[in-house]
Ligand binder design. Structure first.
Ligand code: NAD
Length: 366
């Protein structure tokens, strides 16, 4: 298995492998870039078929976090970790404690948060062995409501702010009354996004693979339920993918009737060039790693200041970042995804190494 010459290596600063035969833990931590601060990113547990698959995933995800944090103006670098195993079969308290010991050996260069396959409870178990975990403190949320550390409300609010910025830019409207929006995936983020939209007067169409999730949106928001085939092809103003990745592809893009795509799902473009395909069709694509940064912003503030008003203002800055991306895209005639990548690189490259300037509270708070 190649590491330095791996196609996804992209000059990662640090890749650490950990094995604990007593608990069965096999894990990889990747730190892509720490020029803006310590690397913060989710710890994913997944039954990878091969070590190669796990390495590829952690390298791609870790790089993505560098870009996301830079565009969210956070003093954070990009990193991610993966635990190789089925969370429903192999997850034990001992294994999570071993993961905590592993994180502690990294001396704060990487801070773990929840991801698919791990929960607040798992992070709390790791936290018995290390302070380098995030998203675990009960506190007042950005909206003034109690929060258990779950970043989904902040992600949904940031997505709502970003969707409004895209609608203003593309459709020239600030009043969402009667705006037609199709939401794919009514889970933690999609449900809350739908609520924000409903409260702003938008008309909703929804699809989820789970009927009960859809029923809730129909009852509470008067949404219209549609099929899997219909959700991306409806004659609406906005499509909001909030379920899975790779939904914007050669098959779906020619069928889209919406002129704005703005949703929280990670990795919506099947391939990077699909942002260009969207632009050519006159569709404004809101880069996913910009619009869905509310959660990481919330987790960052958990470890620094806990000030609800500050978190809210920071999440709302997603709208300004997007406006900058849309304006540059119009000016240069280039797709929004490519512009977002460039803007992120401007923010994390060519700045002096600043390990000594990492906020103490961030490295130590737990
Ligand atoms: P979730 O698991 O709570 O919700 C996902 C929903 O999508 C579920 O209701 C599921 O039933 C549904 N779904 C699955 N496959 C589907 C399909 N083929 N068609 C329609 N619906 C389908 O997850 P979430 O936390 O709401 O996250 C949603 C997306 O946003 C994910 O891509 C996630 O990576 C991304 N994201 C989430 C956060 C966060 O704070 N939760 C932060 C950044 C990005």
């Amino acid at each position: 298995m190649n590491v330095f010459s791996h196609p996804e290596f992209d000059n990662h600063e640090q890749v650490s492998f950990f094995c604990d035969p007593k608990t069965g833990l096999k894990a990889i931590v990747a730190v892509h870039n720490s020029s803006r601060g310590p690397a913060l990113g989710g710890c994913r547990m997944y039954p990878y078929a091969t070590d190669e698959e796990a390495l590829r995933d952690v390298l791609r995800l870790s790089r993505g976090m560098t870009y996301k944090s830079a565009l969210a103006n956070l003093d954070l670098g990009g990193g991610k970790s993966v635990i190789i195993g089925d969370p429903r079969k192999h997850k034990t308290e001992e294994l999570m404690e071993a993961m905590g010991r592993f994180l502690e050996t990294l001396g704060g260069s990487y801070i773990a948060a929840e991801d698919s396959g791990t929960s607040v409870a798992d992070l709390k178990i790791m936290g018995r062995q290390t302070s380098n975990v995030a998203g675990v403190s009960a506190r007042k949320g950005f909206d003034g409501n109690p929060s258990n550390g779950d970043p989904s409300p902040a992600t949904a609010y940031g997505t709502f702010v970003g969707l409004k910025a895209a609608v203003k830019h593309k459709l020239g409207r600030t009043d969402l009354t009667g705006l037609k929006v199709a939401v794919q995936g009514i889970g933690n983020v999609g449900y809350r996004l739908a609520r924000h939209l409903h409260e702003a007067g938008a008309k909703l169409w929804v699809y989820d693979i789970h009927q009960d999730q859809m029923d809730r949106a129909v009852e509470e928001f008067g949404a219209t339920p549609v099929s899997a085939e219909e959700i991306l092809t409806l004659p609406v103003d906005v499509v909001a993918p909030c379920a899975l990745g790779a939904v914007l592809n050669d098959q779906s893009i020619p069928k889209l009737k919406a002129t704005v795509v703005a949703g929280a799902a990670n990795n919506q473009l099947e391939h990077p060039h699909h942002d260009e395909a969207l632009m050519k069709r006159g569709i404004l694509y809101t880069p996913d790693f910009v619009i869905n940064a509310g959660g990481i912003i919330d987790v960052f503030h958990e470890r620094t200041d806990h000030d609800a008003d500050k978190v809210r203002a920071h999440v709302e800055s997603i709208g300004e970042t997007l406006e900058e991306i849309f304006t540059r895209s119009d000016r240069d005639g280039r797709p929004t995804g490519a512009i977002a990548n460039e803007l992120a690189e401007e923010r994390f490259q060519h700045i002096p190494a600043q390990k000594d300037q990492h906020p103490e509270s961030l490295a130590k708070a737990g």
